[in-house]
Design a binder for this molecule. Structure first.
Ligand SMILES: Nc1ncnc2c1ncn2[C@@H]1O[C@H](COP(=O)(O)OP(=O)(O)OP(=O)(O)O)[C@@H](O)[C@H]1O
Length: 400
């Protein structure tokens, strides 16, 4: 694709970062519209960024389907926010391309600044203007017709946007400090939505909220964006948030995307041990792989399709190891960690002694594993449990 901007947006005096977005979709002429089929499609290719001596992004390639939601998740400092800022146009990449709705935003010498991109941005703290009312925050930078009729139309649109994010339009006259943190985040989203962006970027937008409010706000925001068909990219360091919010999860590590896949796939089929352990608790076991099964301290375990043979490292999620009185594996409870809806139980494996007990000869004396169980189940220390494995284990190279 030729690196040329296909249309020029009107200049916007407001800071795109503060207001959350740039050009109004309403300001486009028909001939300037991106191809309908492409609207909202984001393509990032080979993006690289260095700050001083530090190479922060090392060739990031990511495709986001129109109207879908992608979560970028990874440890602190892995480069998530930098990637989002390059997509928003707050920073310039050293190499690589950003294409939105078929239009080049960054490619070679071409670089479209933030306020000329149809991109909404919601920061962690919402970044509302404290001296403006909620309504004025939302209306800020919205294209307004002059005169009383124009003001009425703006007010009506502000009311609509507040309702869209499940807020009472009566909040329009309050100042940001007069509404709760969750409401502020929804106002920030309404402000970003006011300009009908093609792409919404959420930068740790729910992190500052406490647990209950966070889930509720996330659900509302996710629903609004999905209903509006707006392509969304969320940056978070919270694995559970990424898995529950997104259609696609991109796991970032050390400036690279280690895996990009559906939430189910990244959780149940992680590409390597670091990804597996980042996304949740993992039971790691030495094993011997032979085709579609492996032998480990839990006996013979079915394997997800793998090319690995011989000595491997096996990964199971704790919830795959179930307590079952007829299960072939034995373990003795060491301790139980209770935390509301479920408990974590540490067990020491016992080699099998009776028929039906398959615990393998690879079982090392004292091998400890962790399982999860409903909180109603609290086994005292020393209880012997029988276990069985559900589903398939993942095989990694021994040193992966
Ligand atoms: N403007 C900048 N100047 C210099 N270094 C920067 C700049 N922005 C980011 N960095 C560095 O780049 C690295 C990646 O930062 P980034 O904020 O992208 O990571 P992150 O994955 O979003 O982390 P966190 O989850 O902690 O926000 C960090 O080491 C950070 O210090």
């Amino acid at each position: 694709m030729t690196p040329t901007a296909r249309r020029t947006a009107p200049s916007d005096p407001a800071s795109a970062q503060a207001t959350g977005t740039a050009t109004s979709a309403a300001s486009r002429t028909a001939s300037e519209q991106p191809y309908a089929a492409e609207r909202g499609r984001l393509e990032v290719a080979d993006l690289a960024k260095r700050f001083g001596a530090q190479q922060v992004l090392r060739g990031v390639t990511l495709s986001v389907e129109p109207g879908s939601t992608t979560a970028i998740v990874g440890p602190s400092g892995s480069g998530k926010t930098t990637l989002l800022r390059l997509i928003a146009g707050f920073e310039r990449a050293d190499a690589g391309t950003v294409v939105l709705s078929g239009r080049d935003l960054a490619a070679g010498d071409l670089w479209v600044p933030a306020h000329h991109r149809d991109v909404g941005y919601v920061a962690q703290d919402g970044a509302l203007f404290p001296h403006l009312t909620v309504g004025q925050n939302i209306a800020f930078g919205m294209e307004r017709a002059a005169g009383r009729a124009g003001r009425r139309a703006t007010r009506a649109r502000v009311g609509e946007l507040l309702e869209m994010v499940s807020l009472d339009p009566a909040l329009a006259d309050r100042r940001p400090h007069e509404v709760s943190g969750g409401q502020q985040q929804r106002v920030a989203l309404a402000r970003a939505l006011a300009r009908e962006p093609e792409l919404m970027l959420l930068d740790e937008s729910f992190s500052a909220l406490d647990a209950g409010l966070r889930v509720a706000t996330r659900r509302t925001v996710g629903g609004v964006l999905r209903d509006a068909g707006i392509t969304t990219v969320l940056v978070t360091h919270d694995q559970a948030e990424a898995l529950s919010f997104a259609d696609q999860v991109a796991v970032m590590r050390d400036g690279r995307l280690a895996q990009v896949d559906s939430p189910l796939e990244v959780y149940t089929r992680p590409v390597d041990r670091a990804t597996a352990e980042f996304l949740g608790d993992a039971v790691m076991l030495e094993a011997w792989a032979d085709g579609d099964t492996a032998t480990c301290s839990l006996g013979t375990v079915r394997l997800a399709p793998t090319a690995h043979r011989g000595r491997v490292q096996l990964m199971l999620r704790p919830e795959q190891i179930r307590v079952d009185e007829h299960g072939p594996i034995r373990g003795v409870v060491l301790d139980t960690d209770y935390f509301g809806p479920e408990s974590t139980v540490r067990l020491e494996l016992r080699p099998g002694r009776e028929p039906g007990c398959e615990t393998s000869t690879l079982a090392r004396e004292g091998q400890v594993i962790i399982i999860r169980h409903s909180s109603a189940f609290i086994a005292p220390r020393g209880t012997e449990l029988r276990l069985r494995i559900e589903g398939e284990a993942i095989a990694f190279q021994p040193d992966a």
